[in-house]
Write a protein that binds this ligand. Structure first.
Ligand code: RFL
Ligand code: PHB
Length: 394
């Protein structure tokens, strides 16, 4: 039941950023209310990211959210880069001090965080949409929301917008205070989740003349695959047979068996873009995760950046609320943005190396040179490995 309320921190959005921030603030003894416009079921079933960096996995574990991730997550020590019909293994762990990534679905992290929060009874309201935020530059910002209980409001010391790329937080800031940097790529990703045991042990990033393909997985019985498609494509044009045929064509090599196929249980098309909002703060409104930045998924950085943001933000809010010391909070945006731009750089690099351009053959020549350099130059491969495995926690 939502009535007019007061708390220390209102968190808008129950994605990984919002839920983890709520948990970290709970550990600091700070009261929060999380409001989420979707239902619990929707949030728990939304299939998205899958790759967790080494340092981010360690951080989740040390925050008490790693038990199931450690038990069920798949630890990968390498990835494959496949082009011109040949696969090349990038030995991530050999190239980078034995470190590895964990493949564990974002929605599983979200389920774990929701269970934890509901376990200790902290407020988490689903089906409650924030419609506006006011008083950012006062010491009592207020969010207004609508839910089945009607219109209501919550006043807090701070509001954190963890409401993703289509949220209300950024739009609540008067014009002229936040700058938006954006790049749109001429591709989308068509992603599927299939009831099919993966026939590969490691992720395969594939550049084929017909377009990009990615072979990933979620469990020993579920595969997650993507196709790079034109940005105007819709799902109607992609019946199951066409999806599988295209995946088989793009992923084919002379040496490998066919990919495992099975019923498709989830599908979606996601446009690829890069966005950075700066600064990540306006008065007592802070931004974290996709609300402040989007990366194209080729670098597998989105969820990792969301975790890295709130890892910085939680102690900063705790110092501001507990000791009236705003120093860390003042550094939050600059510190996060340095990492965000590095992730944008890496994600752009991976995207532009692996998605053949439909009409620009000069660009295609450069892409092939980049791919060959990763295979032929150990220092280039090492750099890719470091960025892929651990960019967000250094
Ligand atoms: P989320 O997860 O979008 O959560 C935001 C939440 O806010 C809610 N919301 C509101 N609630 C109340 N009132 C409002 N007005 C609201 N407006 C919005 C939304 O309903 C939602 O629940 O953002 P968060 O927490 O910042 O997390 C970011 C990640 O979700 C995102 O970066 C990743 O999924 C990106 N990503 C990947 N990241 C990785 O680290 N590794 C990957 O392998 C990876 N693969 C991917 C991805 C994203 C993809 N898609 C679909 C965008 C693959 C794909 C295909
Ligand atoms: C995924 O498994 O969903 C996945 C893996 C790697 C990426 C993007 C998505 O770069």
């Amino acid at each position: 039941m939502l009535g007019a309320e007061r708390t220390q921190v209102v968190i808008v959005g129950a994605g990984p950023a919002g839920l983890l921030l709520g948990h970290l603030l709970h550990l600091e003894g700070i009261d929060t209310i999380i409001v989420e416009r979707r239902s619990q079921e929707y949030v728990e079933e939304r299939v998205r990211a899958g790759v967790i960096e080494w340092g981010i996995a360690n951080f989740l574990e040390s925050s008490g959210v790693g038990t199931r991730m450690r038990a069920e997550g798949l630890v990968h020590h390498g990835i494959e880069l496949r082009f011109e019909g040949v696969s090349h293994r990038i030995a991530l762990s050999e190239l980078y001090e034995g470190r590895a990534i964990t493949v564990y679905g974002q929605q599983e992290v979200v389920k774990d965080l929701i269970a934890l929060r509901q376990g200790y009874g902290a407020p988490l309201h689903f089906d409650a949409e924030v419609t506006s935020i006011e008083g950012h530059t006062t010491d009592h910002p207020t969010v207004r929301l609508t839910s089945d209980d009607g219109e209501t409001s919550i006043t807090a010391d701070y509001v954190v917008g963890c409401d993703g790329s289509h949220g209300a937080a950024v739009g609540s800031v008067p014009p002229g205070y936040l700058r938006r940097y954006e790049r749109v790529y001429p591709f989308s990703w068509l992603g599927i989740l299939a009831e099919a045991p993966p026939t590969t042990e490691e992720l395969i990033y594939c550049r084929h003349a017909r377009g990009f393909a990615l072979y990933s997985m979620r469990s020993p019985t579920r595969s997650r695959l993507y196709l790079g498609v034109r940005p105007d494509e819709t799902l109607d044009a992609w019946p199951d047979d066409r999806i599988w045929e295209e995946l088989v064509t793009r992923l084919a090599t002379d040496h490998t068996a066919d990919i495992g196929q099975g019923p498709i249980i989830e599908r979606g098309i996601t446009p690829m873009r890069s966005v950075v909002i700066a600064p990540m703060r306006y008065g007592r409104l802070l931004l974290a995760g996709d609300a402040a930045h989007i990366v194209p998924p080729t670098g597998a950085k989105g969820m990792n950046l969301a975790v890295a943001d709130v890892r910085l933000l939680a102690p900063a809010l705790a110092a501001a609320l507990g000791d009236h010391d705003e120093r860390l909070l003042k550094e939050y945006s600059d510190q996060s943005l340095r990492r965000v731009w590095r992730a944008e750089e890496f994600s752009t690099y991976m995207t532009q190396m692996l998605h053949p351009h439909p009409s620009d053959d000069f660009e295609n020549g450069v892409q092939m040179a980049r791919l060959r350099q990763v295979i032929e130059s150990e220092s280039t491969a090492r750099s890719l490995a470091r960025n892929y495995v651990n960019l967000s926690s250094v």
